[in-house]
Design a protein around this ligand. Structure first.
Ligand code: ADP
Length: 405
């Protein structure tokens, strides 16, 4: 990468940022958190790997972005790449124009927690940096290659045609990066059939054939699919009417329970954090042990189901905080998939530490790799690609105009 790109990920009360340049070691990154409260602050890593902690009491998104950008302005970023969770049916990264901003706004009912926060960030950076090209990179875009038999729900057709009710999938930048990098490591760049397991606080799986997503575990929203930190993943949809009829719960309460009080936290009644659960299970906590078992079994089930989208399985990539760090979770998950011929090398599996990529199978059966994700790097790359394409189009246009003149 020849230039630097500022990557912004705006949440409802936080902003993640990263200045991505050629060498990953030079990356400057951080998090502005508790925005809108007296505890608002920026924490991160600055030039030369030094730690930064800056109090910005009561700062809102715009003030925090102003502070971040002031600190980074001498690095002259050439463009800003915004992570946007839901792009509706947009299939690739796009220059932020009034029309694209409107499309992001239109997708808000599908990502009510995320898209409004992204729009606040976009609005602020557009005002602060009107001359920099700003690009939106969508979590959903990578999955737009799914065939209709993978993205349609078995619901009345008008819900799809008139209200866009379909499966979209998320974590697209991670699945795209990991499958591309992993297949490159495996010597078959963007070729063949691969499964990815992105396991963090939010988790999802994906099936990729010749570099394209053919199915994924998340659906209309990031609630569908595997067990997550606080999200339930798949449940019987009749849980809504059951809870409404028997406990008198309204839709908001049910939604909150499924999104924020379920998953590992709900099962263990202890924590949403996998490290805490592994420690607790080691000390004999049975609920923590069960939460881990359900997590691994459901994950294996999801991978097995997604394999139907692939003509053959060349291998599996683990990523995300849990996928990159927990040899135990990888081993337990693969133990539920013996019929796929996966043959884990315990030694290689146990040897992999945070941030290291490596192969962990024993040399027979489908390959198994750990590939640390790099969503910021991928967003920066896609941003650069859009900027280069636009520059190329502008040059071509002015050449054509000169010829006519
Ligand atoms: P996010 O989805 O917020 O980006 P991460 O990808 O950082 O989250 O993943 C966070 C999860 O990774 C937490 O559940 C955390 O406990 C887990 N994790 C991190 N390190 C380890 C480890 N050594 N063993 C098991 N789980 C780990």
């Amino acid at each position: 990468m020849s230039t630097s790109v500022l990557v912004i990920n705006c949440g409802s009360s936080s902003i993640k940022y990263a200045l991505v340049s050629e060498r990953r070691e030079d990356r400057i990154f951080g998090l502005a958190e508790n925005l809108g409260s007296p505890e608002a602050r920026i924490k991160g890593i600055t030039t030369g790997g030094q730690e930064l902690e800056l109090s910005i009491p009561n700062a809102d998104h715009e003030k925090a972005l102003e502070t971040i950008l002031e600190r980074l302005s001498h690095h002259n970023p050439q463009a800003i790449g915004h992570r946007v969770v839901h792009g509706g049916t947009l299939t690739k990264a796009e220059l932020l124009t009034p029309e694209i901003i409107e499309r992001i706004r239109e997708a808000t009912p599908l990502a009510p927690l995320h898209n409004p926060a992204h729009l606040v960030g976009i609005d602020a950076t557009m005002r602060l940096f009107p001359h920099l090209p700003q690009i939106a990179v969508f979590d959903t875009a990578f999955h737009q290659t799914m065939p209709s038999h993978a993205y349609r729900y078995a619901l009345p057709k008008f819900l799809y045609t008139m209200h866009n009710v379909r499966r979209y999938g998320f974590h697209g930048t991670s699945h795209a990066y990991v499958s591309e990098r992993g297949s490159q490591l495996a010597g078959s760049f963007k070729q063949g059939g691969w499964l990815t397991a992105h396991l963090g606080n939010g988790s999802s799986t994906c099936a990729i054939w010749n570099g394209q997503s053919v199915d994924t575990s998340m659906g209309l929203t990031p609630l569908e699919g595997v067990v997550m930190g606080t999200r339930s993943g798949d449940v019987d949809p009749s849980i809504h009417s059951f809870l409404a009829s028997n406990l008198g719960w309204d839709i908001y309460k049910i939604d909150k329970m499924l999104n924020s009080q379920s998953g590992l936290l709900g099962l263990s009644d202890l924590s949403n954090d996998m490290r805490t659960l592994i420690e607790a299970a080691d000390e004999g906590n049975e609920d923590a042990a069960l939460a881990i078992e359900v997590f691994c079994y459901r994950l294996a089930k999801s991978l097995a189901a997604l394999s139907c989208g692939l003509p053959r399985i060349d291998g599996l990539f683990f990523t995300g905080g849990i996928g990159e760090n927990s040899a135990l979770i990888r081993e337990k998950t693969l133990a539920y998939l013996p019929h796929f011929g996966f043959n884990l090398s315990k030694e290689n599996n146990n040897a992999l530490k945070r941030g290291t990529e490596g192969r962990i199978d024993a040399g027979t059966g489908p390959q198994i790799w750990v590939v640390p994700t790099d969503e910021e790097g991928r967003i920066a790359k896609e941003t650069e690609h859009v900027v280069a394409t636009l520059e190329h189009a502008t040059t071509k246009k002015s050449e054509a105009e000169t010829e006519v003149a």
